[in-house]
Design a protein around this ligand. Structure first.
Ligand SMILES: [Zn+2]
Length: 183
């Protein structure tokens, strides 16, 4: 399966509002191929998530998976994300489209996800913790929002090398290897 180039900040697709997929559009060979390619591209880039605009496709579609957190591969289409708990949690994020930078981002601890899977079946579930963070990060990409926009204080912004050297221990145990590439 082809790995696609990941576009970086400055590419208009990262600032556009993605369009919903119709049932026919989702079932089309082009979209099913796009999904396969996104999964391969995410793994190749060592990311835990990837949204369609990150490969230049302005469609409401993202994929995510994390073996380190026992989060199985999921494909989410035309999602609606709502906070499940009001609680906000700060943690480090990076983005494959903003290479080499890390920052502290507040996210809801848990969210409700409603949308479709790749076969067009309705899906409705609650995601918690790191999975909820990935989902909120990827969902933002569908609305032209990146993690920098969500930071409340830019002073935590750091290059990866400096982050590893000086800041890595300020994040919770067990998530250190994953933060390098959220999606
Ligand atoms: Zn991202």
């Amino acid at each position: 399966m082809p790995v696609r180039p990941i576009v970086r900040l400055g590419h208009p697709a990262l600032r556009a509002v993605a369009g919903a997929l119709s049932p026919e559009g989702l079932a089309s060979p082009e979209t099913q191929q796009l999904i396969d390619d996104m999964v391969d591209t995410m793994h190749e880039a060592h990311g835990v998530g990837l949204a369609a605009p990150q490969v230049g496709a302005e469609l409401q579609l993202f994929v995510y998976a994390s073996s380190g957190h026992d989060i199985p591969l999921r494909v989410v289409v035309n999602p609606m994300i709502t906070p499940h708990e009001r609680e906000l949690v700060y943690d480090w994020e990076g983005c494959l489209s903003i290479p080499d930078l890390r920052g502290l981002v507040p996210r809801h601890h848990s969210v409700r996800v409603r949308g479709l899977d790749r076969a067009g079946r309705l899906t409705d579930f609650i995601a918690v913790g790191f999975e909820a963070r990935i989902i909120q990060h990827e969902f933002d990409h569908l609305n032209g929002v990146v993690f920098l926009d969500r930071m409340r204080d830019l002073r935590s912004l750091s290059f990866t090398d400096e982050w590893t050297r000086f800041l890595v221990h300020s994040r919770p145990e067990g998530e250190r290897e994953e933060v390098a590439a959220l999606g």
